[in-house]
Design a protein around this ligand. Structure first.
Ligand code: KG4
Ligand code: ZN
Length: 352
């Protein structure tokens, strides 16, 4: 079972071929992140335009890589080896999603292949099925990205329960906002993590948010606490605009604030993951989404979880085509009904 996966929900155009939901055969990625970096955040129109420019070249590049590694497949008959197409149809930016979905629909009709509509957040979890040994059900998954913070218990493929989620900001969003307060470049998450390496994680006392629901999260209060701590650190009051902070904070203060924020943000999700582990005793725990690349998160989970985690490579944690193709393989292998290539629509607000 070989599936071509297409991802275009945000600023990354990802394409990949995955076999049997466990073997990565070929992949290509283009990112418009460098352009967005100049604006300090993703500009939806620029992201959509970049997908238009890169999607066909990335698909062709991925197919060429596959045919180079399998000389018996010429570039002409390569589609004979592909069993279906999987594409992200939500959640994400409308303009970005449209490019991937319309491309996948067109290819499915042209090449006469079944088309599988993929939930981006669910697919993040499936990046872990590309790591050997594969996760065993029941799987507890901590999904931490720029748009989501969720704990989900998978009893089996396509049979899952949402245990809890953020009631306000996602954890990745909090990393990105803290980066702005500190004047660190976009994308914020990796840059806060880098600054935190040289900071004192106990220098600033930041509150761990309390929320209703055993497994829900909240990050907007923590972000505000970082703002207040930064204002206090320079001896200014709460009316001081956050735009003044990057110039007025010392390097030392920035590193310590980054480290203190990261410790508390990560502890918040790890506390709930451990609680869910104790209650549900899953066979495997996986982490998924862009923030799963965070080394402090991996370190804290290693120290506190009674079982080990097989981590996916950071490039499989951030948005990519392989996770889409992997989930597509399981849909195809479990005989899930394909989508109609003439009518599949995007769902920007799709949830799990
Ligand atoms: O999953 P992803 O690539 O896109 C979404 O679906 O949102 O996640 C992007 C998020 C951003 O907020 C980014 O700052 C964060 O993941 N991120 C990180 C790290 N790498 C990416 N956050 C903390 N530490 C990292 N190393
Ligand atoms: Zn994502």
């Amino acid at each position: 079972m070989i599936i071509l996966g297409i991802e275009s929900s945000c600023d990354e155009t990802g394409v990949s071929l995955v076999q049997d939901g466990r073997t990565l055969l070929a992949q290509g990625l283009a990112s418009s992140m460098d352009i967005h970096a100049q604006y300090g955040g993703v500009i939806p129109e620029i992201a959509a335009r970049s997908h238009i420019e890169s999607i066909m070249p990335i698909i062709n590049q991925t197919l060429e890589q596959f045919s180079r590694e399998n000389p018996e497949l010429s570039r002409e008959n390569i589609w004979d080896a592909i069993d279906g197409i999987a594409v992200t149809y939500g959640a994400g930016l409308s303009g970005s999603l449209l490019i991937g979905v319309l491309t996948a629909r067109t290819l499915a009709i042209l090449k006469n292949k079944p088309l599988y509509a993929i939930n981006h957040v669910e697919a993040h979890v499936y990046a872990n099925f590309l790591v050997e040994p594969q996760p065993q059900f029941p799987v507890l998954s901590l999904i931490v990205s720029g748009g989501h913070s969720q704990l989900v218990l998978f009893k089996d493929h396509f049979n899952y329960t949402l245990l809890g989620q953020t009631v306000d900001d996602a954890i990745g969003e909090a990393f990105d906002k803290v980066a702005k307060i500190l004047g660190l470049p976009y994308p914020g998450g990796p840059n806060v993590a880098k600054a935190a390496l040289d900071g004192d994680p106990y220098k600033y006392e930041l509150p761990k948010p309390k929320v209703q629901g055993d497994y829900n999260f909240s990050f907007s209060g923590l972000k505000t606490a970082v703002l207040r701590a930064s204002q206090a650190a320079i001896g200014a009051d709460y009316r001081t605009p956050s735009t003044e902070l990057p110039q007025r904070l010392t390097e030392r203060q920035k590193l310590d604030i980054a480290a203190s924020f990261q410790r508390v943000a990560v502890e918040t999700v790890v506390d709930k993951t451990i609680k869910a582990y104790d209650e549900f005793k899953p066979a495997s725990v996986v982490i998924a989404g862009g923030v799963a690349a965070n080394q402090e998160l991996r370190k804290q989970l290693k120290e506190r979880l009674p079982i080990g985690i097989n981590y996916a490579a950071p490039a499989l944690c951030t948005d990519n085509g392989a996770m889409i193709a992997t989930l597509g393989c399981y849909k195809a292998m479990q005989n899930a009904a394909p989508a109609d290539p003439y009518s599949l629509d995007i769902q920007p607000n799709l949830s799990m």
